[in-house]
Write a protein that binds this ligand. Structure first.
Ligand code: SF4
Length: 313
């Protein structure tokens, strides 16, 4: 699943994608990029985007990327389990900064193997420790939905073992859309991590279908049931967005939407709610940010439920 509002992503390839989804050109910023340099790269993408009408999308080429500084995750070392040259997800969110999900077929081509992931992580953790740059969080994110990796449960076991051995104070976080929670091995693996950050953008199924464009076989009620089975041991993340798509109004921050969403939040009882809005280009035009003051007002209503909340504007 794509990142959640990092201001920049060191070590990330920035690709221009055409409307047909073809990657036109990639820029690879250096891995230890500073904030001004990262802005320079973002400007280059924006300039090219304005000039030749391409959208900037963010794809991770490396298995281990960063670290990046995140308000929510601290010094976060990222892990991308998806292929490095395309997005791979069971959703196709209309705001996804990785661009559109490809058509498939989804075979195992391009996934890094379990031993390769473990070796890459071990090497990076040892290097970071030697430089006294220990991560606060090891975060599974990247070019789509990490739980789609066929060896996801084994990779989580390896990551827990490496964390315990090398950086025992670090947390492990997974950014997921929850669609694989039906699989008992994925469900049990997610119970081993410190922060399951699960996306629900609306309490209304029709809004989820519009915003997240789930694949065939998706059941909204099953997703909610599966999250309930976590017994509150998860973090809920909701992206608020406003605009139009395919001639339809998009607004999951309207008063009616928020009322229904707050009821759902109360029922699910997460450890924390992360409220944010779009930060970069989206695959469709016509979408805009929800203003910061509205996000803070939504957050205040979450706090009244006795649930902690973080806002990223
Ligand atoms: S869940 Fe949505 S935002 Fe996240 S990677 Fe998939 S399509 Fe992109």
């Amino acid at each position: 699943m794509s990142g959640i509002g990092y201001a920049l992503r060191p070590g990330t390839s920035i690709a221009y994608k055409t409307c047909q989804g073809q990657i036109f050109k990639k820029i690879r910023p250096p891995s230890n990029i500073s904030l001004p340099d990262a802005r320079f790269y973002e400007k280059r993408v924006k300039f090219a985007g304005n000039f030749i009408f391409f959208m900037a999308t963010f794809l991770f080429e490396d298995i281990v990327f960063g670290p990046v500084k995140s308000r929510r995750l601290g010094v976060s070392l990222g892990i991308n389990l998806l292929p490095g040259d395309r997005k791979w997800c069971s959703f196709n969110c209309i705001y996804c900064e990785c661009g559109w999900t490809g058509k498939g077929p989804y075979d195992s081509d391009g996934f890094p193997s379990r031993p390769v992931v473990a070796a890459a992580l071990k090497q990076r953790l040892i290097a970071m420790t030697a430089k006294k740059e220990r991560p606060d969080t090891i975060t599974f994110a990247g070019n789509g939905e990490p739980t789609l990796h066929p060896s996801f449960p084994g990779i989580i076991s390896d990551t827990v073992a490496l964390r315990d051995l090398i950086v025992p104070e670090a947390r492990i976080a997974v950014l997921s859309n929850g669609t694989m929670l039906d699989d008992p091995s994925v469900f049990n693996a997610l119970k081993l991590v410190d922060q399951n950050i699960l996306k629900i953008d609306s309490a209304r199924e029709e809004t989820v279908r519009l915003l997240n464009q789930p694949g065939k076989g998706f059941s909204y009620s099953r997703l909610v049931e599966n999250i309930m089975r976590l017994g509150g041991k998860f973090v809920l993340q909701t992206l608020f967005v406003r605009g139009t798509y395919n001639g339809k109004l998009v607004d999951n921050a309207s008063e009616g939407e928020i009322n229904d969403w707050l009821e759902l939040v109360d029922r699910l009882g997460p450890q924390l709610v992360m409220v944010y809005t779009i930060a970069r280009d989206t695959p469709v035009t016509g979408l805009g940010k929800v203003p910061a003051e509205e996000l803070y007002s939504i957050a205040a209503r979450v706090e009244k439920l006795g649930i902690k909340v973080q806002v990223s504007t």
